[in-house]
Structure formats: C-alpha cells, structure tokens
Design a binder for this molecule. Structure first.
Ligand code: FES
Length: 86
C-alpha cells in the first residue's frame, strides 16, 4: 500500500502539497516550516513530542485556534495559520 496522492493545503496564504492522513505537523515540516508558533514573548516554537503532550506545535486550523498539529490529519483544502501568539 503506497502513500496517497498529495492534496493541497493553505499555510499562511501559501499553497502547500501534503498527503492525506499524515499529521499536519509532518506536512508543515516537510513544507519547510521549521517553527509553527510563538510564545507571548515572541520566541518561535516547533513540534517536539509529536504525540500531543507538549503543545509546542499549536496552530490555527480553519479558524479554530490552539490546535495541536501533531494530532491533526491532513485534509484537502485545510487552512492553517502559524506563528499565532499563545
Ligand atoms: S508536538 Fe508536542 S503536542 Fe504536538
């Protein structure tokens, strides 16, 4: 069984290819997003545990803030905002 054909998602206004079913954190890293959020003080954060524990990977997905990207599966057309201060 192979990897599904890529779809596109929108990341901060950019169209990015991603594979349905893979984690959004994986798709963001594959797209070159080395950090996905910031603290209130402006420090950049990136996925760390990749299993929903650390909350370092939170992004806004389809207008819903504070979503852990490591727990969300890619869906075609999803709209993602990174670098949203927590
Ligand atoms: S990487 Fe730790 S909660 Fe997502």
């Amino acid at each position: 069984m192979g990897r599904p054909e890529p779809v596109t998602i929108e990341v901060d206004g950019r169209t990015v290819p991603a594979h349905p079913g893979e984690s959004l954190a994986t798709a963001l890293l594959a797209a070159g997003e080395r950090s996905v959020g910031t603290t209130r003080g402006g420090a950049r954060r990136a996925p760390y545990c990749n299993m929903g524990i650390c909350f370092e990977c939170v992004v806004t997905v389809d207008g819903v803030p504070c979503q852990r990207s490591c727990l969300i599966r890619v869906r075609a057309g999803m709209r993602v905002r990174t670098a949203v201060p927590r």
